[in-house]
Design a protein around this ligand. Structure first.
Ligand code: NDP
Ligand code: MG
Length: 387
């Protein structure tokens, strides 16, 4: 079999580094063709020296010289800037693009990769939240598969193997509930950045960790699931499962439910997205029932964690509403991380931005780009007024 040549967008992040761990274990199966990072040039250089890619891109252009000096002697091409990240995915020698950048920045590179006929291993859920309709149509048109990396969506994908002709009745996305599960609004009023950054089960980048604490992550995943699996909003349910052992479930038309289980370890879904349809041998720690005498389930508290409700509403409204939700959330999260707004204020900002930004029922890609910008400006102004 031929070696699969992988481009990793965002190789220095949580998903990016775990992807390289997977590739390191299977040098006969995968090779690294391209690596990209935004600021962390030291780690990017170290990764390139280990994996010897064809090319790397550093998003922050002020770090170009340093990366170039380190890698040119090793015959590794070096590029810089946001445009270069968006273009590098078209390189002929890439088989699959794993999108592990955070937020809206993944949209244009993913569009270009699909147009160039590259298979996609998608971690960057925001791309499907912003423009799911366009992305899935483009993928179909270019005969590109989008393999989910997100653990819940990988679980559903794994449950669907062998079920191609069987309609889904509904899917059930599991949520850990995050660090503030069971807390009330009075408590959330005062929580700090540091408290929100401590996730009980997963070690992830800052943005998705805050999204997990606010349940926006689950909201984004509901939208992601709709597009990945072609579902109606009513077919998507969320259940809180604090142990994060069941990664999600699918219910078929006969009432039978399939679930996928395992310890919370992103390397399993990352590896499956790259190796599908094969399963590769791994030495990841195995699940042991004696450590988990109880798997429990509860309803999400949509009144306290309003972001999940806002995401369901945006999805039901359709058009560019999820794009507005995403942009407002990105601005709100970064303001929370900068201690400019409180935890609960994030939902207020998103709701206000959804009310103020121009609604477009049938947006083009250009419309989405405009909506993202408009929603960011609106949310930034709302924050300025509050501070
Ligand atoms: P991290 O913040 O850990 O990593 C983000 C990566 O993207 C880094 O390599 C970073 O470079 C790069 N990057 C940051 N900003 C930009 C930008 N504007 N343009 C280009 N590159 C950029 O994030 P995660 O790995 O946690 O998450 C990545 C994606 O995967 C997100 O969409 C997230 O929702 C999704 N995901 C993550 C999971 C997890 O367990 N972490 C689970 C499921 C989904 P640098 O290091 O130089 O800043
Ligand atoms: Mg997830």
């Amino acid at each position: 079999t031929e070696i699969k040549r992988v481009a990793i967008l965002g190789s220095t992040g949580s998903i990016g580094t775990q992807t390289l761990e997977v590739i390191r274990q299977h040098p006969q199966i995968f090779s690294v063709e391209v690596l990209t990072a935004q600021n962390n040039c030291d780690l990017l250089i170290a990764q390139a020296l280990e994996f010897n890619p064809n090319a790397v891109v550093i998003g922050n252009e002020s770090k170009y010289q340093k990366v170039k000096e380190a890698l040119l002697p090793h015959d590794i091409k070096v590029f810089a800037g946001q445009k270069a990240i968006a273009q590098i995915v078209e390189m002929e020698t890439i088989d699959v693009v794993l999108t592990a950048v955070v937020g809206y920045s993944g949209l244009i590179p993913t569009v270009n990769a699909i147009k160039a006929g590259k298979q996609i291993a998608l971690a960057n859920k925001e791309t499907l939240v912003v423009a799911g309709e366009i992305i899935t149509a483009l993928a179909k048109e270019n005969r590109v598969n989008i393999f989910p990396v997100d653990s819940e969506h990988s679980a559903i994908f794994q449950c669907l193997v062998g079920e191609y002709y069987n309609p889904i009745e509904k899917i059930i996305l599991t949520a850990s509930g995050g660090p503030f599960r069971g807390k009330d609004r009075a408590f959330l009023e005062t929580v700090t950045r540091e408290q929100a950054l401590k996730h009980p089960n997963w070690d992830m980048g800052a943005k998705i960790t805050i999204d997990s604490a606010s349940l926006m992550n689950k909201g984004l995943e509901v939208i992601e699931a709709k597009w990945l699996f072609g579902l109606k909003t009513e077919q998507i349910e969320v259940v809180v499962h604090p142990q994060s052992i069941i990664h999600s479930l699918v219910q078929f038309e006969d009432g039978s439910i399939k679930a996928q289980l395992g310890l919370p370890d992103m390397r399993i879904p990352i590896q499956f997205a790259l190796s599908f349809p094969d399963r590769l041998k791994s030495d990841f720690e195995r699940f042991d029932f004696t450590n988990y005498p109880q798997l429990t389930f509860e309803q999400p508290d949509l009144k306290t964690f309003r972001n999940l409700q806002l995401a369901f509403d945006a999805l039901a409204k359709g058009g560019n509403a999820p794009c507005i939700l995403n942009a407002a959330n990105e601005i709100a999260v970064s303001a929370f991380l900068n201690k400019e707004v409180g935890f609960l204020e994030m939902s207020d900002l998103i709701e206000e931005a959804l009310g103020k930004a121009t609604f477009i029922q049938y947006p083009s890609l250009e419309d989405y780009i405009g909506t993202d910008e408009e929603a960011r400006t609106i949310t930034t102004q709302l924050i300025k007024r509050k501070v």
